[in-house]
Design a protein around this ligand. Sequence first.
Ligand code: GLY
Ligand code: MN
Ligand code: MN
Length: 436
Amino acid sequence: MQQYANHLDTLRVRYQTALSANGYDQVIINAGQLTYYADDDHAHPFHPYPFAQQWLPYRLVPNTFVVISLHDKPRLIWPAQEDFWHVSPQEPQGEWTEHWRITGAMTLKDWLPSLSGNIAWLGPVPTELNQLAPQIAVNPSGMKSTLAYQRAYKTPYEVQWLIEASERGVAGHRAAKQAFYEGLSELEIYRAFLTASGQREIDEPYPGIVGVNASAAVLHYEHKSPRRPDSARTLLIDAGAQANGYASDITRTYTTSDGLFGALLADMDVLQRNLVAGATVGTAFPELHTRALQGVADILRQHKLCTLSVDEQMAKRIPQVFYPHGLGHLLGLQVHDLTGHQIDIMGTVQKPTEEAPFLRLTRTLETDMVLTIEPGLYFIPMLLKHMTDTHHQHGCDLTLIEQLMPFGGIRIEDNILVTAQGPRNLTREAFVDSAG
Ligand code: GLY
Ligand code: MN
Ligand code: MN
């Protein structure tokens, strides 16, 4: 409870400073409304707008609003709608409510016209907004970029939810591992993950990726085959859980190989741990990504997959053939949390270089950031063909690579809290702490 009160204090200071700096008296944050499939009465799964969710210790429902003003208590407007087709929303309860002024309302026009002063709006825009409040400043970019930038720094309350999300995710991963070694199908492994992590598919922070054998080479493999494999060689599972809107994003690779692929997996695990150790305050994330590329090049050389030196491979961008994605990203209320490329509160953007076009994080690491570290090594036919078509001196052993293709690839992904004392690995802590 004290943690939540401190969290609210932090948010209040952030918001009130941003309101003053941008000339507003108050800001309304809209958690969102249901949206529907075309010509249908079925709604899309509801994902509350993260700027609203950040304020509250329960999972928000549609038509919830948060109002933050320069001087008053924060105000929560919950949807006091009676609906016999669905579960009617209930008035929020709990000790935490003492920090809020709470009002139930059926519609926007029940409360919006009574607000006065210069008002900003954050979040999705309902159709009636313009008519009800034509002068409102909708998603003003200056204030939004400041608040988005600050979301990268997690409060202790947010870290607790992220730990909970890691623990739930790890429970799922343990079950998935067991299902793989029993020879089950991707779909069965996925169901084992969902059950053990206590989630429905729509609760996941992102659609889980479950690739068995060569499918492990598809970075965001979306199928879940119901067919059991003839021979289970590899499982790559990238799946997380959600706790009060906060996400975990965890990848593990398992193999039955005790040959070259097994050795590659062991070396990638060492590399990943070394990279995690490098996630320290003051480290420019693009530099850590370069170290990951060099690490992959070294593994390729040591296992004779590529005879070129690390420097030669880097010059020819050979590691990117085997490891085409970025080392990681900010993590929080969104799996790819906002502002990975935003380097100040004004909204200045630092794009990644051509060496790492898919890098989602270019900021320098600071205390209280939470991010992923997720190097990979894959045998992706499309990229290998592109390499052989464009480089004549690639130095790679294509026969050996051909033998590894049925194993797909490797990714190991942990969630890291940057602290003044060094990186804290929330994922490995959860694997150590949980039984089994
Ligand atoms: N699961 C998506 C990612 O790792 O970024
Ligand atoms: Mn990730
Ligand atoms: Mn992931």
